[in-house]
Design a binder for this molecule. Structure first.
Ligand SMILES: Nc1ncnc2c1ncn2[C@@H]1O[C@H](COP(=O)(O)OP(=O)(O)OP(=O)(O)O)[C@@H](O)[C@H]1O
Ligand SMILES: O=C(O)[C@H](O)[C@@H](O)[C@H](O)[C@H](O)CO
Length: 287
């Protein structure tokens, strides 16, 4: 399992991808995992406070200029807060036939959350294109991805309004999310500054902090994916789309983006769900 962590409550879009560290964790080393999360959090906070970052790092052990206290507060909040009360969006991502629908539904069940397949939110024109072996463009995907984020936000609103809802707040969505820019749309990060008041209201509804987003990437080799596509019957997405899907993918393990758990395609579904849950737990989600 590979984890990319970041403070749960804040997300600063990385300006320098190399500054974000990659952490690999062993399931059995809870202490190491916590330490890794702490060090990544400190690292992040340092860069988020550009004006005071150098001071923080030059500080002698035991010396407290007020900044350490603030950092400590952030840190404690990030590692100890029980996020159950807060809605989350978990996106199970990857190229076609990696197992998003299958694993996503099982993970949702294990987390006590609803599941939606983003394929159901495509306009018919996108489905037609893909059925004819024509890859989607950025322009085809953008409104669809905005709709996926909106659907997630709406689901959370409905859960809040429904006193009979006893599940965990939030939703698991299976969505290819191939590029970093697509994942940022799903995170609710505006792609351009809002210009009108109504756009402003939309921006509020999809506020990244109001619905924090986590990605579970199902990673597989071309051969394994090909086999899955060949064995699957009756799906509009055919084998001839695999290479364009792989060419479009920005692997989230390589971008330095936060809140990503990577699981392997060639594992049993039970192991995939367990690894995904363990990864989310490391990222501060109560599972
Ligand atoms: N862990 C697994 N072990 C074995 N087979 C699996 C596993 N996960 C999924 N599959 C199988 O792989 C195929 C593709 O899975 P699925 O349809 O869930 O992928 P998908 O990513 O949702 O695809 P698409 O994006 O094209 O809709 C299906 O036949 C499914 O039964
Ligand atoms: O971004 C894309 O190209 C699409 O979302 C595809 O990935 C399909 O919808 C999905 O994989 C169904 O097969």
């Amino acid at each position: 399992m590979v984890i990319h962590s970041e403070p749960v409550s804040t997300y600063d879009r990385p300006t320098n991808r190399d500054e974000h560290k990659q952490h690999t964790h062993d399931d059995h080393c809870a202490e190491d995992q916590l330490d890794a999360l702490r060090s990544n959090t400190e690292h992040h906070v340092h860069h988020a406070r550009g004006d005071v970052g150098g001071k923080y790092h030059d500080q002698e052990p035991g010396e407290d200029d007020g900044i350490t206290q603030k950092v400590g507060d952030e840190l404690r909040k990030d590692v100890s807060v029980k996020e159950h009360a807060k809605p989350i969006l978990v996106v199970v991502m990857g190229v076609s036939a990696c197992g998003k629908s299958t694993v996503g539904a099982a993970l949702a069940n294990a987390l006590g959350m609803p599941f939606t397949d983003a394929d159901a939110l495509h306009p018919q024109s996108n489905i037609d294109k893909m059925s004819h072996g024509v890859p989607l463009t950025d322009a085809d995907r953008q409104p669809w991805l905005e709709r996926v984020r909106e659907e997630a936000a709406q689901t959370c609103k409905q859960q809040d309004a429904d006193s009979a809802y006893t599940g965990r707040r939030g939703i698991v969505i299976g969505c290819s999310s191939l590029k970093l820019a697509y994942r940022d749309i799903l995170r609710g990060i505006p792609q351009s500054p809002p210009e009108t008041e109504s756009e402003n209201a939309d921006a509020e509804a999809s506020d990244p902090a109001a619905l924090p987003t986590y990605f579970v990437h199902i990673r597989g080799t071309r051969d394994a994916l090909l086999q899955r596509l060949q064995n699957r019957k009756g799906h509009f997405m055919k084998v001839n789309m695999l290479d364009s899907q792989l060419a479009t993918l920005d692997p989230p393990e390589e971008t330095g983006e936060p809140n990503v758990v990577t699981i392997e395609l060639e594992a049993t579904m039970e192991d995939q769900v367990r690894e995904a849950k363990d990864g989310l737990k490391i990222l501060g989600i109560e599972v």
